[in-house]
Design a protein around this ligand. Structure first.
Ligand code: MGD
Ligand code: SF4
Length: 736
């Protein structure tokens, strides 16, 4: 299928028109298909072009998906999909997909494989895993995963006795933030999505959160509505981002100094009496200690440290306090920046508490109330772990999702005990983990490596066995609990049959259990509809009408679950030891960390070097969509943003190709320069995910430059294990 940029945009506009459906009373998927007649089907499902899991509706004509649109019943899509969501058809029909199971047929990394049947491939995997478990213990098998396939292989590993399972979404992304909020509020700042009531906010503070480029559908819709309503935006970013262009205050902060700004803002609102006294008294603990701990952070000091004008520091926080509590300091999402990030997230959490935003209109809504009956389909309990899992390393507040690089380290060093096999599903570790040299070294050390994926990525092509999963448009994936202002349940179900010899992850996991002799952990029933049978049983246990969900709406609300704001009879519950918001954290103190965040200076680049910062493109998700035809048509390569004065000094012109070389002498692919006044002089910026080194991904291979290749240095956050990755410095090398 060839699509031009124009045809895609026309298509996208048509689909956005689906928003009108949100106002229509009830048009079920089945009723629409009936009304149109012919060989047309509308299938409600859930998007997986990123992990926001918007509700989507696939239009299928003569067995082909011809259109995807937003599900008007689903609160995370509200009748619309983002460009990536609409681009899902491109993923389904991508000719570069993995088509058959493959077994390595040459040295690792040489790209030589032979096709195998599923039976042969799974028998081989089971034999290898059993042998490794027998020799080194089941815990020597580690798993790393992102997205839906994780659940099915977690089941396989735990059934074998290994709990060494880690998700990069923790240490390379939002786990740091989640733990900081758990320490403060006893809650993460959101489950399916952040609990930010942007729709009603009067002031929204974004600390490096680049909404608009960072595209999470419903959040961006609310952000756009807030701007339309006249909400004030305070955007703290060394770069004049899309969000900054809508802001009343753009604070072009010196990278890495955000905690200085946050602690100074806290000091100002306390000393000026701009905080919410009643709220602080009723719901928080540790105010006096915070007051004492931040007094040293004066506006004069902050102006020097952050290189922001003092007036701007004071005026922005005055504006924020004026409209409190109908304001929000966005908790952010990607947090692995500088290695001291848990304390930055704590400072954001404390600032919100002083402004009284948790449970207030325009602030943070309260988590919805809904109890889901326990459902495990009579699967027996897992055997105990054969050895204590390694995944939390020495990080006292690492969460249960695990610290990915700890598994990598143990694979290299064999300490505290060796990891000998990897099971990797839905994550491109070469592009996700900092320091690719270590990732490669770990892979070279493995006795066995299995990858489950859709595409022949650079990581997949290092595996011993490659198992092709089908796309989200070809599979069931369970019932998803969705927690927005209300609780609800959404479905993922196939719009079309799996193409080629690809299979859903639930089936791969279940068949593997059988091959391992762990039948009691396999899905009950036989055939490709076994998982749907399980979903029906689960819906029944939860009191949900499965047919309504599957054929009509794709999403159902749990009635009475919504309770967004504090009222006399709707009081917040804080799951902390004190049952209050802990401004001062005794938990941190007990482990030897600052109970109130303190500012730590980080290293800055010398003249001639620039800090490498990175972010997202609205039309791509990490490295996973670069090869997707329509999305690639929209953005084929990334650019490096370079300050105009610096460009003049270096003699680099806008649009000229350069290479970046980091402090360790590692050089990037060539990358186009964007010469602009929209970025500070001391950093350069690029979109993450480009620069694939994967020859079988024809469009993505070699398009743009890979930021991860340049991230050879990282600093681990001692509290949660997050990998601070914005600590690399690059120089610009002009192409000959
Ligand atoms: P970050 O990468 O932390 O991303 O989205 P965010 O959480 O918004 O932030 C990037 C911004 O931080 C850039 O504007 C950059 O200029 C600024 N910045 C860099 N250094 C500093 C600094 O020291 N201080 C400050 N204040 N700002 C700085 C990530 C989020 O996006 C996540 S975690 C996921 S998983 C989703 N991924 C994703 C995607 O891949 N594609 C698209 N289109 N949308 C996505 N949305 C989500
Ligand atoms: Fe899909 Fe976009 Fe929603 Fe992500 S935000 S789930 S890509 S529609």
């Amino acid at each position: 299928m060839a699509f031009s940029r124009r045809s895609f945009l026309k298509y996208a506009a048509m689909s956005a028109g689906g928003a009108a459906l949100a106002d229509t009373p009830f048009i079920s998927a089945e009723a629409r298909a009936k009304a149109e007649g012919g060989n047309v089907k509308y299938v409600p499902t859930s998007c997986e072009m990123c992990f926001w899991k918007c509700g989507a509706v696939a239009k299928v004509v003569d067995g082909k998906v011809v259109k995807l649109e937003g599900n008007p019943f689903h609160p995370q899509s509200r009748g619309k999909l983002c460009a990536r969501g609409q681009g899902g058809i491109g993923q389904l029909y991508d000719e570069d997909r993995l088509k058959h199971p493959m077994i390595i047929d040459g040295p690792r990394g040489a790209g030589k494989y032979r096709e195998a049947s599923w039976d042969e491939a799974l028998t081989y995997v089971a034999k290898k895993l059993k042998a490794i478990a027998a020799k080194h213990g089941p815990e020597s098998i580690g798993m790393m995963s992102h997205g839906s396939p994780g659940d099915y292989f977690t089941n396989v590993l735990k059934a074998m006795g290994s709990h060494n399972i880690a998700f990069p979404s923790f240490a390379q992304c939002k786990g740091i933030r989640d733990e900081a909020w758990l320490l403060t509020y006893g809650h993460k700042p959101g489950s399916s999505c952040e609990q930010v009531d942007l729709e009603n906010s009067r002031v929204i503070v974004l600390i490096g959160t680049h909404l608009g480029e960072n595209m999470h559908n419903s959040q961006n819709q609310e952000f756009a509505e807030a701007i339309g309503r006249g909400a004030k935006i305070i955007c703290v970013d060394p770069r004049y981002s899309t969000a900054a262009s809508k802001a009343a205050f753009w604070l072009p902060i010196k990278p890495g100094t955000d905690t200085a700004l946050l602690l100074t803002w806290i000091n100002i609102i306390i000393s000026e009496n701009w905080y919410d006294k009643e709220y602080v008294e009723k719901y928080t603990e540790g105010f006096e200690q915070v007051k004492e701990a931040v007094k040293q952070y004066t506006p004069e000091w902050a102006a020097q440290e952050t290189e922001l004008p003092m007036r701007q520091i004071v005026e922005s926080v005055r504006e924020l306090s004026r409209y409190a509590p109908n304001v929000v300091v966005h908790p952010g999402r990607h947090y692995s920046w500088y290695g001291n990030d848990t304390q930055r997230a704590r400072a954001v959490a404390i600032l919100n508490a002083l402004l009284g935003t948790w449970g207030r209109k325009g602030g943070m809504w309260l988590p919805p109330k809904a109890k889901f009956a326990k459902f495990n389909d009579d699967t027996p309990a897992y055997p105990p772990a054969s050895k204590p899992p390694l995944i939390k390393g020495n990080f006292p507040f690492a969460g249960g999702e695990g610290v990915t690089q700890v598994l990598r380290d143990a694979t290299i060093t064999g300490k505290p005990y060796p990891i000998k096999a990897w099971f990797v599903a839905g994550t491109n570790l070469m592009k996700t983990l900092p320091d690719q040299r270590l990732t490669r070294k770990a892979i070279d050390n493995l006795d066995f490596f299995v990858a489950v994926d859709l595409f022949p990525t650079e990581t997949v092509m290092l595996a011993d066995v490659i198992l092709p999963e089908c796309t989200y448009l070809e599979r069931h994936d369970g019932l998803f609990k969705i927690k927005t202002r209300e609780a609800g349940v959404a479905i993922r179900q196939p719009a079309v049959e799996p193409m080629y010899d690809s299979k859903p992850a639930w089936w791969i996991g279940s068949e593997l259990c059988k091959k391992l002799g762990l039948n009691e952990y396999a899905v009950k029933g036989n055939g490709m509809d076994a998982w749907e049978g399980r979903m029906r049983r689960q819906a029944k246990a939860w009191g949900i009408d499965y047919d309504k969900l599957a054929k009509h709406t794709g999403y159902v609300t749990i009635p009475g679950s919504e309770r967004p704001y504090i009222t006399a009879d709707n009081q917040p519950v804080f799951n902390t030891f004190s049952e209050k918001i802990e401004l001062y954290s005794e938990d941190l103190e007990e482990e030897g960390f600052d109970p109130v965040p303190q500012y730590e200076e980080i290293e800055h680049p010398e003249k001639g070097m620039y800090r490498l910062i990175y972010g997202r493109s609205p039309v791509h998700t990490f490295s996973r969509t670069i090869n997707t035809q329509w999305l690639w048509e929209l953005e084929k390569e990334n650019e490096v943003w370079l300050n105009k004065k610096e460009a003049v000094r270096l003699g680099v012109k806008n649009g000229e190709y350069v290479r970046l070389e980091n402090q360790d002498g590692v050089r990037s692919n060539k990358i186009k320069t964007k010469v602009t006044e929209r970025i500070r002089h001391d950093c350069v910026y690029m979109v993450h995910g480009f620069g694939h080194n994967a020859p079988r991904m024809k469009r993505a291979n070699g398009s743009g430059a890979d930021d991860q290749k340049l991230i050879t240095k990282y600093i681990e956050d001692p509290i949660t294990g997050g990998t601070g990755m914005r600590v690399n410095f690059v120089k610009i090398i002009k192409e000959a």
